[in-house]
Structures are given as structure tokens and as C-alpha cells.
Design a binder for this molecule. Structure first.
Ligand code: IVH
Length: 673
């Protein structure tokens, strides 16, 4: 075989190792993934042609072995230690004091502070720079040989970079599953009706304990190294921090949050900073580890039992605790969603006392099989709402009744709807329900609905809080005096608002329907309903089957519409609106034939730029009324682009695709033809 092929193979391997290092250790990839894949393929092809050139440390040799029947044991030449814990400042001060006393040092001690990763400990043994084996911690003296699985992790180098490493180097670190990888894995499990992992730690442990490395290879595992074991035939730096930098230089991943600090005060500040950012970190941590930085001082301190005297874990408050469910109540959210909430025996979790926790919805209650009286695990992670995570297995001693959903809203007594295939149950008293009224009124007043100028979200909140309005109909009873008496409301704005309310009294049928805020009835559906039924009363009386006939309306939307108009409270509010002087503009009977004749019937139109007279919404209303479809982006299926001033990329695209471009005047002419 020509020496040049051997050289080429070695060069490709070096390149791949270097780029993996850039990617996994420095988090700074310098070539696109596709280029990496190309180099990898090249190497694969050469190795296939020349199998005798394959070495165990080749980047292609990560998943090669066949499944095991059991893991072998490996005795650690140097034991794998654990850490003592502290939970507060006082105990941390005591830890620091013990060190100062023992070492007879009165100056502040230099520590490294590092996140305590929530995964599992691993020991990697490299000889002459090649990964020989990887073992779990086990009982600290003997662990399991998980080399096959560890080799599948892209971030673990099969060969160390450079040549300055000790002949034998044991590296210790934590294998963990990043949060996003964990969520993806569980999503997949749900889709396949398989059991989900309770947390990233269990998922990481489960993935490493696979007998078939092909399975592990598909799991998103990562590694951060945090110390060394046996070191022979060479030496490392004399501080912990510098050793970690050396490991990094050998191509081993090290967490980039690790810092060198002086004294307890700085440690506490670090603890606070990391706690504050805990939710944003891409991996789970359960505390901070402080280690005396100087190796010489570490050696003088020594060990007690199975933990070093020179290191301590400062743990975060537990995020899961056990409590008991006393009762289940139902809360109505601002959009009508009904949420079951567990009332609990108070429990200290995640740093606060929790006595209420969400049960999310009925599907979750059934899935977790939660009942009143159960002992449950309560979880509060960061700023997230506390939740009932699961029932304590085997804790239910007698049979307990299942939790039942209410049939009517606890706030307004309207019926509760639970549409098939949807997890969330909702109150149907959208216009009337106290819990929902602010949202309902904001929507009612919004630009695409009744378009009431000067009635913004803040003002609606204010009016609702002051108890001045309960339903949208109350808006029309507001007097200038009542409005002007509100904080930050001048007489002039009050007058303007009353005028705006007055001029909103003749809405097109479609706008009025949209303004009612029926679930899932957006502008287009409202327009389709208006065109189909022509009058408000016809829509109110429409039946499920009839609704299914309408363009774009499926069974879920149809059910929402039927449910909405079945609620007497909603009908009352509509009645009040009409008595307040609202005159809904029916769609003219004539329109049907006119629509069919229209140049725009069934055509797809995109609107862009600023039109000279009409707003884009007005133009859209006109087009929809004659049966056009108005969409947001230009494609080959677009029939017309209605372009105004400052039309940008849509115009360019339309011209490229040969779509007919028209201006406002042309549209009006075509509409009137
Ligand atoms: S040092 C000699 N550093 O915590 C010191 N451990 O409770 C040995 N852990 O078994 C451990 N992050 O699995 C150290 N930055 C870190 C760590 C860490 C997580 C785990 C490790 C160890 C356990 C001890």
C-alpha cells in the first residue's frame, strides 16, 4: 500500500479530532457541519478500502461493537470519592474555617467554584493518549465497564490532542444529558407510547446502562471533566484550575462556568449568580462545588471516609418534596381555560413554602392517576409554577375516588366544554365570565374587531378593575363624566372615546362575529360565516352540520360556535349590545351572485405596501367579501399582488414569478365591473 494513503488517513483523523475539539471543547466550530461530514465520509471510504489501516482510536470507530450481555466490573486504581454537602452560608463558613485552622492560614483561601452537574460520575483512562476504558463510579471502589457506550459520545476524545499528556491519565467527570436533548428524547418516547424519563439525570443513567451501544449512540449525552485520578509518567500543573485548563488542551470538555475565587464571600456571590441563571443553563445542576485550588494544600488536607476535606458541595434547596393532596379546586384563566389545582399540606420546596400546585388538566390527572388524599411529589423548579409531578409509588393504602371535571364554570356557571382531542377544558361564557371579561373586552375593542379608537388594553384593565364594565355591552353605557373621573384620563380623551364608541355602532357582520371572541373563530372564519349566513340571527341559529359546510370550518370550530351560542349569558350580552344601539350590517342578499361574477371570486390575492386610500385591512375586507382568498406570501399560486407604495420583496418575487401586479385603483375598477 502506498505510504501516501496512510498519510492521508492520518491527516483526516487529525483534522476530525481538531474540529471535534473546536466544536465540543471550545464550543466554537470553525467549519460547517456538512464539511465535517464530508471529511468523515472520506475517511470512511479510505478505511473501507484499506481495513488494515483501521485503529481503535479512529473517529470512525465510535459505534462498532456488538451488544453486551452484562457489564464487566472494573476496580478503580484510585477510589472515586464523593462530596460532603452544605445547605447554607453558616455551614460553608464552618467548612472554610476548618480549612484555615488545619492549614494554619489566616489569609483567604483560594477556591475554584464549579456547577455541580446532575448526572453520573465517570472515570476515563487514557494510556499514551488513547482511551483504554471508561468506568462508572459504582461504590467508589469498583464500577462498571461502560467503555463501549462512552466511546459513542462525540465529545469524548478517543485520542488526546497534542503529546504533552502523562503516559497514564485518569480523568474524572460527569456524564449528563442537556435539557433540550432530554426534552426531545421524552417527546419521542411520548410519540411512541413509551415510558418517559423522570429527569435528565435518570435519562443519562439509563442511557449509559444500555447493553447495546447503538442505543446509547442515539442518546444526547455530554461530558464535563472536573478532576483527575491516577497520573503516571508525567505530571500536571499545581493548581486545580490550571489542571482543568490542561485537560481542555488535551481535547477534554470542561465546563466554562468554572472560576477561581478568594474567600467565602466570593463563593457566595458565585452561588447567587449561578442560582439566578440556573434555569437558563443548558444542563441541570443541583448546587455548586468549591475546591481548594492549590494541589499542595489539597494534599495537606487529605480525606475523611469517602470525601475530601478540601472540597464541599453547596446544594440548592431540593426541587422535589413529598406532600399530600387535601383537595382539588378548579381555576378559570383569563382565556377561560379551566385548570385543576391541588391544595396541599404545606411543604418547603425549591426555597419556598408551597400549598397549591397545578395539576395542569384532566389528561395529566388521568395519566399520573392522581387522587385526593394521595401522597405526591411536588416539584418547583426555578420560577416555574409548582406542579404535582407524580404520586409517591405504592403510597395509596385504600381506594380513593377519581377526580372529576366540573360541568359548569365555578366563576360564572356557564357550561364547560371539553372538545375531543383537546387537553384543555374551557368555560364557554366568554363574553360574560368575570374571569375572562378583561380579555374578552380587549379583543372586542381591538382594531380588527370593533376597532374602538382610544380603548387600549391598559384602559380596559382599568375599567374592569374599577368595576365600571362587566361585559362589552357596558362600554356603550359609559359617560364622559365616568370616564373623565378615571386616573390619567383627561376630559378630551374621555370625549374622544365616547365618540369612538358611537362610531363603532355599525360594524360589518364579519367584524361583529370576530369581536365576539368565539374560540378559534378568526377574521377569515368570521368572514366565511358572514358570507354564508348573511345575518347575525342566522349565524346564531346555525347547526353543527350546517357549519361544517362552511369553507375552512371543521368539527372543532363548529363545536365552539354551537357551544358559544348555546350559552344564555352570551346571548344576553349580544342582546344588550343590540339594545345599546349596535346595528350589525347584514351581508346583502344580492352579494352571492355578485360574488360569483366578481373578478376576484376564488382568486388568491396578496396585499403589500401602503395603499393610497384604503388601509390594507379595508382592502382585505373588500376582497374577502367577493370571495377572494387573501394570503400573506407570494407563491406560484398567487393570482394578484395588490401593491401600494414601498412594496418590497413581495413585489420583486411577484415580478419574478410573473404574478399579475395591480394597484388600488385597478382593484376598485375590477371590483366594480
Ligand atoms: S468533584 C474528589 N466536581 O457530585 C471530588 N463532583 O456528590 C469528587 N459532581 O460523584 C467529586 N459536579 O458525580 C466534583 N464539578 C464537580 C461535580 C461533581 C457533579 C458529582 C460527582 C460526584 C458527586 C459527589
Amino acid at each position: 500500500m502506498p505510504a501516501s494513503i496512510e498519510k492521508q488517513v492520518e491527516k483526516l483523523r487529525e483534522q476530525l479530532r481538531y474540529h471535534s475539539y473546536q466544536y465540543y471543547v471550545l464550543d466554537d466550530p470553525d467549519i460547517p457541519d456538512a464539511e465535517f461530514d464530508r471529511l468523515y465520509k472520506q475517511l470512511l471510504v479510505l478505511e473501507e478500502k484499506h481495513p488494515d489501516l483501521i485503529t481503535v482510536d479512529s473517529p470512525t470507530q465510535r459505534v462498532g461493537s456488538t451488544p453486551l450481555t452484562a457489564f464487566n466490573q472494573i476496580q478503580h486504581q484510585m477510589p472515586m470519592l464523593s462530596l460532603d454537602n452544605v445547605f447554607n452560608e453558616e455551614d460553608l463558613q464552618a467548612f472554610n474555617q476548618r480549612i484555615q485552622d488545619r492549614l494554619k492560614i489566616s489569609d483567604e483561601i483560594e477556591y475554584t467554584a464549579e456547577p455541580k452537574l446532575d448526572g453520573l460520575a465517570i472515570s476515563l483512562r487514557y494510556e499514551d493518549g488513547v482511551l483504554i476504558y471508561a468506568a462508572t463510579r459504582g461504590d467508589g471502589a469498583t464500577g462498571e465497564n461502560v467503555t463501549q457506550n462512552i466511546r459513542t459520545m462525540q465529545s469524548v476524545p478517543l485520542r488526546l490532542l497534542g503529546n504533552n499528556f502523562p503516559q497514564v491519565l485518569e480523568v474524572r467527570g460527569e456524564v449528563f444529558m442537556p435539557k433540550t436533548g432530554f426534552e426531545k428524547l421524552n417527546r419521542l418516547a411520548r410519540q411512541n407510547d413509551e415510558k418517559e424519563f423522570a429527569n435528565p439525570r435518570n435519562a443519562a443513567a439509563g442511557s449509559l446502562r444500555q447493553l447495546d451501544p447503538e442505543v446509547t449512540a442515539k442518546r444526547p449525552l455530554s461530558l464535563y471533566c472536573y478532576s483527575t485520578g491516577v497520573v503516571e509518567g508525567g505530571s500536571l500543573a499545581d493548581t486545580h484550575y490550571e489542571i482543568l485548563q490542561q485537560l481542555k488542551g488535551f481535547g477534554l470538555p470542561v465546563c466554562n462556568e468554572i472560576k477561581c475565587l478568594h474567600g467565602v464571600k466570593a463563593c457566595l456571590a458565585y452561588y447567587q449568580d449561578i442560582s439566578d441563571r440556573r434555569d437558563e443553563l443548558p444542563y441541570d445542576i443541583d448546587g455548586i462545588v468549591y475546591k481548594v485550588n492549590a494541589i499542595e494544600l489539597q494534599q495537606r488536607m487529605g480525606f475523611v471516609a469517602r470525601a475530601p476535606r478540601w472540597a464541599i458541595a453547596h446544594k440548592f434547596p431540593a426541587q422535589e418534596e413529598i406532600s399530600r393532596i387535601i383537595e382539588v379546586d378548579f381555576q378559570v384563566g383569563r382565556t377561560g381555560a379551566i385548570t385543576p389545582v391541588a391544595r396541599l399540606e404545606p411543604v418547603f420546596v425549591g426555597g419556598v413554602t408551597v400549598s397549591n400546585a397545578t395539576l395542569h388538566n384532566m389528561d395529566e390527572i388521568r395519566r399520573k392517576d392522581v387522587r385526593v388524599g394521595d401522597r405526591v411529589i411536588v416539584r418547583r423548579a426555578g420560577d416555574v409554577i409548582p406542579e404535582v409531578a407524580r404520586v409517591v409509588p405504592g403510597s395509596r393504602k385504600k381506594s380513593l375516588p377519581e377526580i372529576q371535571m366540573l360541568t359548569s364554570c365555578p366563576v360564572c356557571q356557564s357550561a364547560i366544554e371539553q372538545i375531543e382531542g383537546e387537553a384543555i377544558a374551557r368555560c364557554t361564557g366568554g363574553l360574560y365570565c368575570q374571569a375572562q371579561r378583561a380579555e374578552a373586552i380587549k379583543h372586542f375593542a381591538s382594531r380588527k374587531a370593533m376597532d374602538i379608537d382610544g380603548l387600549g388594553d391598559k384602559l380596559v384593565e382599568q375599567l374592569v378593575d374599577e368595576d365600571l364594565i362587566h361585559t362589552p355591552a357596558d362600554l356603550y353605557q359609559l359617560s364622559i363624566e365616568a370616564l373623565a373621573s378615571l386616573e390619567r384620563m383627561a376630559k378630551k380623551s374621555a370625549t374622544n372615546l365616547v365618540n369612538a364608541l358611537e362610531s363603532s355602532k355599525h360594524p360589518a357582520l364579519s367584524r361583529f362575529i370576530y369581536a365576539l371572541g368565539i374560540r378559534e373563530v378568526g377574521e377569515t372564519t368570521a368572514m366565511n360565516l358572514a358570507n354564508e349566513f348573511k345575518t347575525l340571527s342566522a349565524i346564531q341559529k346555525s347547526e353543527f352540520e350546517q357549519l361544517l359546510e362552511v369553507q375552512d370550518i371543521g368539527p372543532i370550530v363548529a363545536q365552539h360556535i354551537v357551544n358559544f351560542f348555546q350559552q344564555p349569558h352570551n346571548l344576553d350580552v349580544i342582546e344588550q349590545l343590540l339594545s345599546a344601539g349596535i346595528e350589525v350590517q347584514d351581508v346583502k342578499q344580492l352579494a352571492a351572485d355578485k360574488r360569483l361574477d366578481s373578478n376576484f371570486f376564488g382568486k388568491t390575492v396578496v396585499i403589500t405596501g401602503t395603499l393610497p386610500i384604503m388601509s390594507r385591512d379595508e382592502a382585505k375586507d373588500k376582497l374577502l367579501a367577493v370571495g377572494a382568498k387573501v394570503t400573506g406570501s407570494v407563491s406560484a399560486k398567487t393570482d394578484y399582488l395588490l401593491a401600494g407604495d414601498k412594496a418590497g420583496s413581495k413585489l420583486t418575487k411577484a415580478e419574478k414569478l410573473g404574478v399579475q401586479v395591480i394597484d388600488e385603483a385597478t382593484m376598485l375598477t375590477l371590483l366594480n365591473k
